[in-house]
Design a binder for this molecule. Structure first.
Ligand code: HSE
Length: 307
């Protein structure tokens, strides 16, 4: 059995418009890269080679918190050395803390001879999310660990369902402003009018049905969020102009990626996704907001050993 592994853990888009806290999918890039090794001691020791000054106290670090949850379930006192080699920018809205949490539990699980399935690892990775954002949501960690689209049907008990999808490409534009998940959750209303709830669960069911049946028109009709997006859009300059530009360029739909500030759009093919990406980028460029662009098919594999 190897003693050191390099792990690549992908960025993810959570919510997918209508599915707040329940839907997500994985991207091919960007992602986190860590190296993880079994150590002779019983501590989780962290090293940071990224530019982000990551918290290195194990109880404050998403990777270590997730890994500790897994070790507790195994009643194991095995120690690990973990080095963060590269990292999705924190606060970007593409599952930075989820990628870190997934990388740790996946790498340790491989080194320990796979006592858990990928699906079982979701429960532990959620504890990393909780440490990072105050909320143990699974809609980023599930696709990071399992790949593809995933649905969190229930949290208690946790019930995560993989969702198949036709060929589909995501364009994600990440403005260089930070929106903390904890902040963008605090501004959400705690009650939902029944009329809005009906619209929203119609769209969630429609999106899942469209993904299962390869029905792009149904996917497109369902990519609407009438509950969370209207509140969070206020945190993202130019959001509605960029969304309209993405739709005009041929996207199936466009919304906020996770808790923002990134914006994502889905397209049927790569050529359209590239056009959509440029249209979205222009929305930030013209007001002088620096941004990064990613175009990726759906990553069906999820976190993996990279070396
Ligand atoms: N579902 C979570 C939220 C995802 O929207 O707050 C955070 O990335």
């Amino acid at each position: 059995m190897p003693k050191t592994l390099k792990i690549f853990s992908p960025a993810t888009v959570a919510n997918v418009a209508c599915g707040f806290d329940v839907l997500g999918f994985a991207l091919n890039h960007p992602g986190d890269e860590i190296s993880i090794a079994l150590s002779d001691g019983d501590a989780i020791v962290l090293h940071d080679k990224t530019p982000y000054s990551l918290p290195l106290l194990p109880e404050k670090n998403a990777t270590a918190v997730a890994l500790q949850a897994m070790l507790n379930a195994l009643q194991s006192r095995q120690g690990f050395d973990i080095t963060f080699l590269s990292k999705i920018m924190p606060g970007s809205g593409v599952g930075s803390s989820a990628a870190s949490s997934a990388a740790g539990v996946f790498g340790a699980n491989e080194l320990l001879g796979r006592p858990f399935t990928r699906r079982q690892l979701v429960e532990f990775a959620m504890q990393g999310e909780k440490a990072a954002s105050g909320s143990a949501h699974a809609d980023n960690v599930a696709p990071a660990l399992m790949g593809g689209f995933t649905l969190v049907r229930s949290y208690t008990p946790l019930d995560v369902i993989p969702i198949p999808s036709p060929p589909i490409f995501a364009a994600v534009v990440h403005p260089q402003i930070e929106v903390r998940t904890s902040d963008s959750r605090k501004i959400l209303r705690q009650e939902v009018p029944i009329k809005k709830a009906v619209e929203q669960w119609g769209n969630v069911a429609g999106l899942v049905a469209g993904l299962f049946t390869n029905d792009y028109e149904l996917i497109s009709r369902s990519l609407h969020d009438v509950i969370v997006e209207p509140v969070r859009a206020l945190l993202i300059p130019e959001f509605y102009a960029i969304k309209q530009a993405a739709i005009d360029a041929g996207a199936l739909g466009c919304s906020i990626s996770g808790s923002g500030p990134s914006i994502f759009a889905l397209s049927r093919d790569e050529e359209t996704a590239q056009k959509v990406a440029q249209a979205m980028r222009y929305g930030f460029d013209r007001v002088g907001i620096e941004n990064h662009l990613f175009v990726s098919p759906i990553n069906k594999e999820g976190v993996r050993v990279s070396e």
